[in-house]
Write a new protein. Structure first.
Length: 402
């Protein structure tokens, strides 16, 4: 019987350069992959907090551009940032060029788009997110009604005028003690950063997010994570220190892979999973296949019957392939970190009941995704629209653009 969920971290040559590759496997199959360069200039800006400087204001789009470091400009929405954190006291809260303020990178640069920065600082834990934005209590909509009410009753007394609290899906089943301990830790971190930021020079990095593979552990569905495995001593030390400070209850899940043969990569097929996740075509067990084509504006996924050799009547055949493709589509969105608008062209079905059954099945599959994913609708032409929250680079961009 396959383990429920294993998180793997190793170093692999990718396109001739060493990269740190992390993978989350469920039931023996990769469902998430991530690559991080080991070069001196490597590392994502996502989640980092800087003392930024307002470069210019674009009133026509109600936005500003904030310089954070080395000439890096970030898009900053004025509508979404009504209370900037100025590093020096200022009577007029209106932003002007030259102002210095604390900002957090909330979205990585994507293709031709600059990174996005915000004054609504977030401090994420395993169960909670502390925010300087809305000073209210938010609870994951992925939790059922009874669990949402239980967590609301626990967390409401924690609210103060300083921070808002978002309860994550991972808080399911967590008790008051666990939530309170994490809240205390996050509050101390937030207060320290806000205070230190006032005394830092412009373009200073006030807070650095942990390495992507450590942050990934925090964001994984904890009820499905049984082991954390690496064959690299330095990564093992880093993860051990990070878990001890941030998620001590999960420290016993961390193990060092001792075997030299087969290697961690060979045993789990990490390099092969990465290679397959960069291909345009994905074969299904039935003989059908998906063609995944990202474009500038959206991602198109086309479903084909391929080599299917079933002998059932046509409508049953098409529904069977479509449901298999729906499950694979949901996996590929996570695996490749596809985001924004996704259009899926399933095989046409004639009866009214079959599309409804397919959409219900697809909705169930998409609910397994830790990233906010919405099944919008099926159009009159039979095209299915999905949206997935965009924060990080796709796997393709991680591999080919660093």
């Amino acid at each position: 019987m396959e383990e429920q969920g294993i998180f793997l971290v190793t170093r692999l040559p990718v396109r001739g350069q060493e990269q740190i590759v992390s993978a989350f496997y469920e039931q023996g199959q990769a469902v998430e992959l991530s690559c991080q360069s080991t070069g001196a200039a490597s590392g994502s800006l996502l989640g980092n907090i800087y003392v930024g400087k307002v470069k210019n204001i674009l009133s026509n789009i109600n936005a500003a551009f904030i310089e954070i470091a080395d000439g890096t400009l970030c898009y900053y929405s004025l509508a979404e940032n009504e209370t900037p954190f100025f590093t020096s006291p200022k009577k007029n809260k209106k932003l002007v060029p030259g102002d210095e303020l604390l900002v957090q990178v909330s979205r990585e640069a994507v293709k031709t788009k600059a990174p996005t920065a915000t004054s609504n600082l977030n401090f994420a834990g395993k169960y909670l997110v502390l925010t300087t934005g809305k000073k209210s209590l938010g609870i994951s909509t992925k939790l059922d009604k009874a669990e949402r009410q239980r967590l609301r009753e626990i967390a409401e007394p924690f609210l103060t005028e300083n921070f808002g609290i978002i309860i994550r899906t991972n808080a399911a089943g967590a008790g008051e003690k666990e939530l309170r301990e994490e809240l205390v830790r996050l509050s101390a971190l937030a207060c320290r950063i806000l205070e230190n930021g006032k005394n830092q020079t412009c373009f200073s990095l006030v807070y650095r997010e942990p390495p992507a593979y450590a942050a990934k552990i925090r964001n994984l569905p904890q009820n499905r994570l049984s082991r954390i495995l690496t064959d690299d001593r330095e990564i093992y030390r880093q993860l051990s220190a990070w878990l001890e400070e941030n998620q001590p209850e999960d420290l016993d899940k961390l193990q060092f892979y001792e075997e030299t043969a087969p290697s961690l990569n060979s045993f789990y097929g990490i390099a092969k999973a990465l290679e397959d996740a960069l291909k345009e075509r994905v074969w299904l067990k039935s003989g059908g296949y998906l063609v995944i084509q990202p474009t500038e504006a959206l991602t198109v996924i086309d479903i084909n019957t391929g080599k299917y050799q079933g002998h059932k009547k046509k409508e049953d055949t098409f529904l069977k392939i479509n449901k298999e493709a729906a499950a694979e589509t949901a996996r590929q969105l996570r695996l490749r970190n596809l985001s924004g608008i996704i259009i899926v062209d399933f095989i046409d079905m004639e009866t009214a009941e079959a599309p409804k059954e397919l959409m219900e099945y697809l909705a169930f599959q998409l609910r397994q995704d830790p990233v906010k994913t919405t099944l919008v609708d099926m159009t009159a032409l039979g095209l299915v629209e999905i949206t997935r929250q965009k924060r990080q680079k796709t796997l393709f961009e991680q591999v080919y653009s660093g």
